[in-house]
Each structure stands twice: as structure tokens, then as C-alpha cells.
Design a protein around this ligand. Structure first.
Ligand SMILES: Nc1ncnc2c1ncn2[C@@H]1O[C@H](COP(=O)(O)OP(=O)(O)OP(=O)(O)O)[C@@H](O)[C@H]1O
Ligand SMILES: [Mg+2]
Length: 254
């Protein structure tokens, strides 16, 4: 991929937690490019480093070694204050727990990042996002008056409203039933197809991963394989292969 097509680039990213006996390499040399206007899913067993990778890519966490570039900005050397601004202006994040402010309406939650930045929302864009996410008739509701799926769609709209370079989502459908998951995934998919948004999403669900253009598989903090144009079936197959390789490695290790 040429540099101009890359939204985020990780090169040799390590993340080490703890010291001595409790030391864990959550990431052990991850290099990957995330193309502009592409939808990438990250999968792997629990503890394989998915959230750690997402946090490093989003500038929420610093790698112990290696580099992360957002466009041509090196996030690993950026002073904290500039990093805070960059996260606010150029990155959207959707968490598994929707993380909405309970006392604010859906609309106020969506525009909160802009309000905090002292920026006015682009009304046309706001309308487009709210319409696409299917929340027009729910804007005055508080999070407690919305279903889980609706709350997560508010969180997605909030992540998109500032037109970030990249939206990162960590198991955005982890707490949702299949119907609500479908709504959220449709929205992320449309944001990529129709608005050329770049999305990087962690998921455990092969069906969710099949909405992506590409799936990266992590195990023990390393990238093990990838799939382009995945289907739920091909993702399941790849997961099985990874597991059997893992079992064989365990047996060899005794
Ligand atoms: N703050 C921390 N301190 C120490 N160890 C950590 C910390 N955060 C994560 N780890 C360890 O790093 C490894 C990777 O964790 P991470 O949360 O990235 O996994 P994950 O793939 O997101 O797992 P899950 O699917 O369960 O969310 C795990 O072994 C975890 O225990
Ligand atoms: Mg995680």
C-alpha cells in the first residue's frame, strides 16, 4: 500500500506490561497497514492483544516499542497535549459498553465531542449521520430510554460526527442481540461505503467480521493470518485453523 492510501500504520509495535514473573508481552511486534476508506476487523482469542492493539493505534496507549502513524503523524513521539487534540479531532472510538452520558439526550451525546472542542456541528453532516444511523425520532431520548442497540448507534454517530480519519470500535456488538448487532454493523459498513470512512473493529463474531473488507487474526500478541473479502464461513475456518495450530504448538511445547 502506498503511503497516501494508508490511514493508520503500525510498525513493529510491542506492548509490555509488568516486570519479572508478571511480565506480559501483550503485543509482540505487530506491523500492519489500515487503508483509507477500508473496513478492517481484528479477531483472535481472549488475551491475544486485540484491545491493546486498538488502544495503541488510537493513541490511547503508548507502545513500549515500535511506531504508530496516523497519516504521516507519528503518535508515539507526539507530546501528550497534541495527542489529546489529535484524538479529539481525528479519531472516533466506540466501546463495548456504550459509554454515553446518562443525563444527556441522544442528540447531546452525539454532539458532545464537538461541544467539548468548541466546534459547531456541520448540520448537513449531522443530519446525514443521524439519518443513516436511524435515530431521527429518538434524538430527545436519554440513554436509559433507548435499547442497547439504539444506545450503541448513538455511540457510533458520536464517533462519526467529527468526520474522524479513523473510527476504532472494540467489540461494538459484544453486548447486543443479533438484530441490534446487524443495525450497528450495517451502519459501520455504510459509513465506509457511502462516506469513505475508515473503520477498524475488534470482534469475536464471525458474522460481524464478515462485514469487513479484511480480517486480521492475532494470537499471543502477533499477527498470524489475514483474510480478504471474508465470509462468516471463511472466518470460522480461519479461526479453527488458528486454534489447531495453537493446540499443536502447545503439544510440541510439552
Ligand atoms: N493494564 C494492563 N496491565 C497488565 N496486563 C495487561 C494490561 N492490559 C492488558 N494486559 C494483558 O495483555 C494481554 C492482552 O490483553 P488485551 O486486553 O489486549 O486482550 P484482548 O485480545 O482484547 O482480549 P479480550 O478478547 O478478552 O478482550 C492479556 O494477557 C492481558 O492480561
Ligand atoms: Mg479486548
Amino acid at each position: 500500500m502506498s503511503v497516501g492510501d494508508v490511514a493508520v500504520r503500525a510498525t513493529g509495535v510491542w506492548k509490555r506490561y509488568g516486570v519479572g514473573l508478571t511480565q506480559v508481552d501483550a503485543l509482540a511486534g505487530v506491523s500492519a497497514d489500515f487503508g483509507k476508506g477500508r473496513f478492517t476487523a481484528i479477531m483472535g482469542p481472549s488475551g491475544s492483544g486485540k484491545s491493546t492493539l486498538l488502544h495503541c493505534l488510537a493513541g490511547l496507549d503508548k507502545p513500549s516499542d515500535g511506531k504508530v502513524f496516523l497519516g504521516d503523524v507519528d503518535l508515539t513521539t507526539l507530546p501528550e497535549k497534541q495527542l489529546t487534540h489529535l484524538r479529539r479531532d481525528r479519531i472516533g472510538f466506540v466501546f463495548q459498553a456504550f459509554n454515553l452520558v446518562p443525563t444527556l439526550s441522544a442528540l447531546e451525546n452525539i454532539t458532545l465531542p464537538l461541544d467539548l472542542a468548541g466546534r459547531k456541528p456541520d448540520q448537513d453532516w449531522l443530519t446525514t449521520v443521524v439519518d443513516t444511523v436511524g435515530l431521527m425520532d429518538r434524538l430527545a431520548h436519554k440513554p436509559s430510554e433507548l435499547s442497547g442497540g439504539q444506545q450503541q448507534r448513538v455511540a457510533c454517530a458520536r464517533a462519526l460526527v467529527s468526520r474522524p480519519d479513523v473510527v476504532f470500535a472494540d467489540e461494538p456488538t459484544g453486548n447486543l442481540d443479533s438484530r441490534s448487532s446487524g443495525d450497528v454493523l450495517d451502519f459501520l459498513h455504510r459509513s465506509v461505503r457511502e462516506f469513505n470512512q475508515t473503520v477498524v473493529m475488534v470482534t469475536h463474531d464471525p458474522t460481524a467480521a464478515s462485514y469487513a473488507d479484511r480480517v486480521l487474526f492475532l494470537a499471543d500478541g502477533q499477527l498470524r493470518s489475514e483474510l480478504v473479502d471474508p465470509t462468516a464461513e471463511s472466518v470460522l475456518d480461519a479461526m479453527k485453523q488458528l486454534e489447531s495450530r495453537h493446540d499443536t504448538a502447545d503439544e510440541l511445547a510439552g
